[in-house]
Design a binder for this molecule. Structure first.
Ligand code: FE2
Length: 302
């Protein structure tokens, strides 16, 4: 057992995607998901807000339709330095990001490295916030996104090796195990073996991983809304706009989330959820669940 010399990131602060079709992504993000497009959005980059942070989702035009970086927030420069030092002691090649990269990510300072699944992780402090005169505004949400200190949401990574990925997330990055789900996805179907990880601010999971066959680095990412009706309304917007549903409405037993999954313009999923648990480490018991969902989340066939 190694003793952690740092508290790990406070939250998953941002996600960076690469996509071929930014026009479709902007329509999907604004009209279906209900996020807020930045006015400085260009032909090459789409910057999206879900709260007071200047940018929570960044979509860069490119050939890969995939997640290209996960951004982990540290509260101070000292905490960032401590995490980087810890990762280097663990043998990870951590590089500083230059000013151009920091500007694009809308943060003061950052470092980056690559994990055993070739997914890039970035570590930063000092996120830019939007001016008070530009409060977050959604065209379609009744409520708001649940973000702030809890971060942007979560992603589920496709792991090549469960062991190597677990070591990276827990020992290197300093994430904490929330729980496990080990069981058949559907009766007689493939067996899922997923591990869920949280950060210090306690969103039930900011990352999860499983050895799932996938052409993408992630199965899905998740955004949480503040009203249960906003999940139903988003589902209804998908049906009306012919956005494919990956998994229908349902409920997860581990994070207590009511959600559904839509297919993004890049082919991976986005989960729109409500009611996700927040973990208090002093009172949390790590459990293993045998089912992904206690009801619903039926796989769509299309
Ligand atoms: Fe999820």
């Amino acid at each position: 057992m190694t003793t952690p010399t740092h508290a790990g990131p406070s939250s998953l602060g941002y996600l960076v995607f690469e996509a071929k079709d930014l026009v479709r992504w902007q329509q999907f993000a604004v009209d279906i998901l209900g996020v807020h497009a930045q006015p400085e959005t260009t032909e090459r980059v789409l910057g999206l807000r879900i709260d007071h942070h200047a940018q929570r989702l960044r979509i860069e035009r490119g050939e890969r339709d995939d997640l290209i970086a996960a951004g982990w927030e540290l509260d101070t420069e000292d905490e960032l330095a401590a995490l980087v030092a810890h990762m280097r002691r663990a043998g990870i090649a951590v590089e500083p990001g230059n000013d151009e990269l920091a500007l694009g990510r809308r943060v003061k300072q950052l470092f980056h490295c690559t994990d055993p699944n070739d997914l890039r992780h970035e570590f930063y402090f000092g996120p830019a916030t939007a001016p008070m005169s530009e409060p977050f505004h959604s065209r379609v949400l009744k409520s708001h996104f649940v973000a702030g200190r809890l971060g942007v949401g979560h992603f589920v990574a496709a792991a090549k090796s469960k062991t190597a990925t677990h070591r990276f997330y827990s020992e290197v990055l300093g994430l904490r195990v929330s729980d496990y789900i080990k069981g058949e996805v559907a009766p007689g179907g493939p067996v899922l073996d997923a591990t869920f990880y949280h950060t210090a601010t306690g969103r039930h999971h900011s990352a999860a991983m499983a050895e799932i066959p996938s052409p993408k680095k992630i199965h899905h990412f998740m955004l949480e809304v503040g009203d249960m009706n906003d999940v139903g309304l988003a589902y209804h917007r998908c049906l009306k706009a012919d956005v494919p549903v990956m998994m229908g409405l349902g409920h997860h037993p581990n994070d207590d989330m009511f959600s559904f999954y839509a297919v993004t313009p890049s082919g991976f999923g986005v989960e729109i959820g409500w009611g996700g648990a927040v973990i208090d480490d002093a009172r949390w018991t790590v459990r293993t669940y045998s089912r992904l969902s206690d009801w619903g989340h039926e796989m769509a066939h299309h």
